[in-house]
Design a protein around this ligand. Structure first.
Ligand SMILES: [Zn+2]
Length: 482
């Protein structure tokens, strides 16, 4: 715990609300200060670009980014070969090497442009709980640009705005007492934003969260997908009455179709998915037609096969992105750690922004069978399992998988057998499956739910390598919460 966190923990609740609002004042300036309106206008105007206009725009931005990287960024100057530098200066992106997260973790300052000296210089630390912890440096203008992007392409598409009262589930430890009986949120008066604690959500506390939404006239929800899903299940089980909401925009965790259905019933509004990372590359958001559009003005997104060639539509590959908005710490051909596939069919909404068919779990969410087969789509294990509230798969050995479940009333031997059968169906009969009912599944330090925990990284890594997935790729970027 830092000194500030220690101080916060010792304050009475009223003072914590006040501290959150004071901090909120700073954030308000940071997010919506001078420059914000200009970004709103630019993002709104570009939204109706044709494919041709997008291409030309990206080409111009890429030229600017690659020139700066080759001439002002120590890491690229040092690590790119002569031929690669020439390729960069000639805008031939595909000839540049893919950038691994480890390089940034080892020396984040080597990625800063030497010709820029922004003040204040902001840094965001990724938690490292689910991947390589790195420091992302950014400028005030970049933060404002990223907020404007979210307002225009995420909130507005869902019919809401960051100017409306909202609630957020994120990794912030807003309630320091693990045994607290409430309130389990803190309210930022400046932005009319309720920070909900992702660490206290249980059957006996669910109504406190719903009360907070009512009390502060919250109009929309954003943040951790799994937390909202768990709360939705409690709402339905306990028949809690939710105040009218306009939309839920999930971030940070994968939104599965089943989760979306349950949430839409519980919250009585549409659920939209947003896909982004702490580094702000790439950015994709869901339009009214339910398609996940990549914003081409944020990054050039490539989806690559293990041999580095680009994937076709409907072909799963790794996401590699080149940021067009990170002026100060440029990331070029950056391996995000997620897998995705393109959708080749144009969206009926008319936007010429490319569509992702799916963003599949991170590569680290990989369970491997004794014969080398891999399983990344774990949601099937629990599909239709009405008596399972949450499930987590822990790979303890190549031949042993433990499935922790939080069961609801009615869970019985038939459910256990179904889980064992489904795991063995995917990993092979040689795998021992232990189904262990638990009271709760602990979250990571950042409050996130981990669907898969692998305890045999050392054993899994060589297996992954054999299958063409190199060990550094067993890392992924924590997704961003707004
Ligand atoms: Zn669309």
């Amino acid at each position: 715990m830092s000194r500030l966190e220690g101080l916060y923990a010792r304050m009475p609740v009223w003072a914590q609300h006040a501290a959150v609002s004071t901090y909120g004042l700073y954030w308000y300036w940071l997010r919506f200060g001078p420059g914000y309106r200009r970004y709103i206008k630019a993002y709104t105007e570009r939204e109706r670009f044709s494919s041709k206009e997008w291409q030309a725009w990206q080409q111009r931005q890429l030229h600017r980014v690659l020139q700066a990287a080759a001439t002002h960024v120590p890491f690229y100057q040092r690590s790119w070969s002569k031929a690669e530098k020439a390729a960069a200066l000639a805008d031939r992106l595909e000839e540049l090497p893919v950038l691994e997260k480890e390089a940034i973790r080892a020396n984040p300052a080597a990625f800063l442009r030497r010709d820029m000296h922004p003040w204040p210089r902001l840094s965001f630390h990724t938690s490292g709980s689910t991947g390589t912890p790195i420091v992302s440096f950014t400028t005030v203008q970049e933060v404002r640009g990223s907020m404007a992007l979210r307002e225009v392409r995420s909130a507005r598409w869902a019919g809401v705005s960051f100017q409306m009262p909202r609630a957020i589930f994120s990794g912030r430890l807003v309630e320091p007492d693990p045994e607290s009986k409430g309130p389990l949120y803190r309210f930022n008066l400046i932005e009319r934003q309720a920070y909900l604690s992702a660490f206290h959500l249980r059957a006996d506390t669910a109504s406190f969260y719903v009360d907070a939404l009512r009390k502060h006239r919250i109009q929309w929800l954003t943040g951790y997908a799994v937390s909202y899903y768990v709360l939705a299940k409690f709402i339905l089980e306990q028949g809690l009455k939710v105040p009218p909401l306009k939309a839920v925009i999930t971030t940070s965790e994968k939104l599965l179709p089943e989760m979306r259905q349950v949430m839409q019933v519980a919250y009585g509004c549409r659920v939209y998915e947003e896909y982004s990372t702490v580094e702000n590359v790439p950015f994709a958001s869901e339009c009214q037609r339910g398609r996940l559009h990549v914003s081409p003005d944020v990054a050039i997104v490539e989806i690559l096969r293990p041999d580095g060639t680009p994937c076709q539509s409907d072909e799963m590959g790794e996401v590699v992105t080149t940021s067009l908005v990170r002026e100060y710490q440029p990331l070029i051909r950056y391996r995000v750690g997620d897998c995705a596939m393109w959708d080749g069919t144009p969206c009926p909404c008319g936007r010429a922004m490319p569509v992702l068919k799916e963003v599949v779990g991170r590569i680290e969410d990989l369970v491997i069978g004794p014969d080398g087969r891999q399983m990344v789509r774990l949601d099937h294990i629990f599909r239709g399992q009405l008596h399972v509230r949450e499930g987590q798969i822990i790979q303890e050995a190549l031949e042993r998988v433990r499935v922790k479940i939080v069961a609801t009333d009615g869970f019985g031997p038939a459910d256990t057998l179904k889980i064992i059968y489904r795991v063995q169906q995917r990993l092979g009969l040689g795998v021992e499956v232990i189904v262990e009912p638990v009271n709760e599944i602990p979250r990571t330090a950042a409050g996130k739910f981990q669907a898969v925990v692998s305890l045999l990284r050392e054993q899994v890594a060589p297996e992954a390598e054999r299958m063409g997935i190199s060990p550094p790729r067993l890392q992924s970027t924590p997704r961003r919460t707004t």
